[in-house]
Design a protein around this ligand. Sequence first.
Ligand SMILES: Nc1nc2[nH]cnc2c(=O)[nH]1
Length: 444
Amino acid sequence: MKNYFRFEELGTNYRQEFMAGMTTFLAMAYILFVNPSTLALVGIEELPEGVTRIDQGAVFTATAIAAAIGTLIMGLFAKYPIALAPGMGLNAFFSYTVVLGFGIPWETALAGVLASGLIFIVLTLTGLREKVINAIPGNLKMAVGAGIGVYIAFIGFQNSGIIVGDDATLVTLGNLTSPTVLLAVFGIVISVVLLSLNIKGGIFYGMIITAVAGMLTGLIEPPSGIGGIVGEVPSVAPTFGQAFIHFGDIFTIEMLVVILTFLFVDFFDTAGTLVAVANQAGLMKDNKLPRAGRALISDSAATVAGAVIGTSTTTSYIESTAGVGAGGRTGFASVVTAGFFILALFFSPLLSVVTAEVTAPALIIVGVMMAASLKNIDWDQFEIAVPAFLTVVTMPLAYSIATGIAMGFIFYPITMILKGRIKEINPVMYVLFVIFILYFIFLS
Ligand SMILES: Nc1nc2[nH]cnc2c(=O)[nH]1
């Protein structure tokens, strides 16, 4: 086993890899609770006509199983210390834009996720995905990752009532004397303190402390006895296979736009995350990602498995950097993380204590982590700064990851041509330019 994972060559051992795998799990365990509440649109009273609410218990189980499957394949097949789970960027798009905004039932949306995963497998097997990833300028990849971070943080601020709507200015600061808003602020402070002290599971422990504070102050109902903490694994019957049953519903223009967005967002998010984590672990060779095809196949297979069981797009997590920080260098760390996700299946009763105030700090801290890629952007070149900046700011402002990506990819060739750098533009970028112009035409 040591030879399979090349422990000696990579200067690691079982203990170090175990600690790394556990650290990554702790950093991303929040998704087990945040994903079901996001997909079930908890807190939104009225759903569009013809749309039902997805079963939270089923999404909990789907989240844990999709994360375990994806992370295990990444560990054993691609041998990277990279863990996967349903992404916060795309679960927000799935819930707020597709289901709530377009009024598309979650069953059809899941079929869209399945379609995007299958297309990805084909694109990866033909080598096209790797080619396009290499054709996209690093600056834009970094901007997309950072923009998703800002978008996720904005959702956290909004869900917790720290930022609210305003007729005059669109958004403004919420009521800081409201007890629930104060609980969220407390959660952010605690998480920041823990992470500043280099406590690796800081996000997870921050959530536990916030939930306990909520119970002590009567803002959150406490679990009753051991049965409120450990319980049977919730059935996936309400969601399992719905993606297949509703596959026939995806052949509409609206769903085409949705599937393209799933594809594009996952594409750029995964590309940015794989490079960021591999770079941190010192696993890049000549500025390229070794076994990129295998890593991308792991990512796509996880999306397909997740869609069939009942969750939005499963993707490589930026939180894997926590495990790499703890010394993780091989796929064995991922095997450990996957094991913890299986164990977590038995803790579903805790879902009821993880409210929006408890999850908001996690969303905001993930935003901070993803925004770290801003440092890799060449801000002193105006032709780069413009598309990068537009990508980052339009994601939260338009409340759409896809719009942010489209803005960047439309402005990039324009500014590059105007600055006389036409020779540096990869032909693929012109194709993407046309696709995104069409995207805006279809949207409006
Ligand atoms: N890369 C990445 N990491 C995440 N961590 C939590 N959500 C996400 C996401 O959507 N993408």
